[in-house]
Write a protein that binds this ligand. Structure first.
Ligand code: URA
Length: 434
């Protein structure tokens, strides 16, 4: 097969065959195709799209480009969860221990943050000595004992995605529906869970800005899962503002612990309960979503979720004393406060900009190898709809130097819209696709 013919075919808006897609992914995995030809095809796909059959073929080939994680040794129905990426989106740290605490095993491979959205692995690594780099063998042993494992992606999980994502990142081809769907679903399929709950973020802090785009992505991903015999539910949730109040690695760990202690409610809790309830529903642990939410809420009230989080910390080397002493978590020393310059109501937040401000503090990466400042970030003080007085604090920035805090603050300042009259609040859960 001549790869140039495949590029030309997609450039001319024609459909690729399963064999052509297999040839492409095989060449990516084995390193037999040059980056310039791979990039050319990625751009042709970005511009001209792929239909469901092409996306399914690409997803399956990518999933099988490395080893598949075999979870069959773990008893019970295994559920996984994935977020398409948002700001202050700490739901995994909350729902994984909650779901595991009612006997449904959670073995989750997570990624690192890039750009304005955070990554679960970075958050966990902000906990002193917590180890996310664990082998499949160790993960299985942990899961059999505790029912919960949170780990980084293993080296040989979907190598084709690693290569393609790195090229997409530098060729302006990230925001393509079929490429995102194949990238996410190939990893989820290779990670081995029986059921998958997807949190598809929608709004100005997400890849998908409109409900239509979010729904299209959600539908394709659900279909990809069904195509390979996995049960998939996609919850489309709002990213019109940061989900929680804390943005940054150790700050988000603290907020997750506060939710597990029952001290923090709001949108972060609501989305965590919804996603967790669908995980329980897929595992047939409950009969309805409402029953699932109520059960998970009970696990907060009786502290069983917090106990499971402690078990996870002990299992993976993290210091369990962080649960009662937040001073054991890093916190960057230089603060900068953002105050309202006018009175009114908070009617808009530019969430991507808030994410970029947090990146500026050192909490996020601009490029893959960039080291993080685990104690840096932002604490938001206001939510959409809140009444604001002149001079009231809108957010506080934490960073290593006064200059960094101010630079982040200068970006953050421009992310708030305050109006004289309140505006209707966007719905938190826009749709569920099963
Ligand atoms: N997350 C992924 O894993 N892949 C994408 O392409 C986008 C978000």
């Amino acid at each position: 097969m001549d790869f140039q013919d495949i590029i030309i075919k997609k450039r001319n808006k024609q459909k690729l065959t399963a064999e052509e897609i297999a040839f492409f992914i095989d060449g990516v995995t084995k390193g037999t195709l040059p980056d310039y030809q791979i990039s050319a095809l990625l751009m042709a796909i970005y511009l001209n799209g792929m239909d469901t059959e092409e996306t399914a073929a690409m997803t399956t080939e990518m999933a099988h480009s490395g080893e598949l994680f075999d979870l069959s040794a773990i008893k019970g129905y295994k559920v996984d969860k994935h977020s398409t990426g948002g700001v202050a989106d700490t739901t995994t740290l909350i729902l994984a221990p909650l779901v595991a605490s009612v006997g449904v095993p959670v073995v989750k491979m997570s990624g690192r943050g890039l750009g304005f959205s955070g990554g679960t692995i970075d958050k966990l690594e902000s906990i002193p000595h917590f180890c996310t780099d664990i082998s499949e063998k160790t993960a299985l042993a942990y899961a059999q004992k505790s029912g919960i494992v949170l780990m980084g992606q293993t080296e040989n999980l979907t190598p084709a995605d690693k290569k393609l994502y790195a090229l997409r990142d530098v060729t302006g081809t990230v925001e393509s529906l079929p490429l995102i769907a194949a990238s996410i679903m190939s990893k989820k399929i290779a990670a081995g869970a029986d059921g998958i709950v997807l949190d598809v973020k929608c709004g100005n802090g997400a890849f998908m800005k409109t409900p239509e785009d979010a729904e299209a992505l959600a539908s394709v991903m659900v279909e990809m899962g069904h195509h390979v015999g996995r049960k998939v539910v996609a919850v489309i949730s709002s990213m019109a503002q940061p989900l929680g109040l804390c943005i940054g690695n150790s700050l988000e760990v603290q907020e997750a612990i506060e939710v597990l202690k029952g001290n923090v409610g709001g949108d972060l809790l609501a989305v965590s309960l919804t996603l967790g309830a669908y995980m329980l529903l897929l595992a047939k642990r409950v009969h309805t979503v409402e029953e699932g939410k109520a059960l998970l809420l009970t696990q907060i009230q009786n502290k069983k979720g917090l106990e499971k989080f402690r078990e996870l910390l002990l299992q993976q080397g993290g210091n369990p004393d962080i649960l009662t002493n937040y001073h054991l978590l890093p916190l960057s020393p230089c603060t900068y406060s953002i105050k309202a310059e006018q009175a009114g109501y908070l009617t808009g937040t530019d969430t991507a900009r808030i994410g970029r401000a947090s990146q500026e503090t050192g909490a996020g990466r601009a490029y893959k190898e960039q080291p993080l400042d685990f104690g840096a970030g932002i604490i938001m003080k206001k939510r959409l709809g809140d009444k604001i007085e002149i001079g009231e604090e809108l957010a506080v920035v934490y960073s290593q130097t006064a200059e960094k805090s101010k630079a982040a603050g200068d970006i953050l300042k421009t992310a708030f819209t305050i109006s004289k009259a309140p505006a209707p609040l966007p719905p938190l859960i826009l749709k569920v696709i099963q």
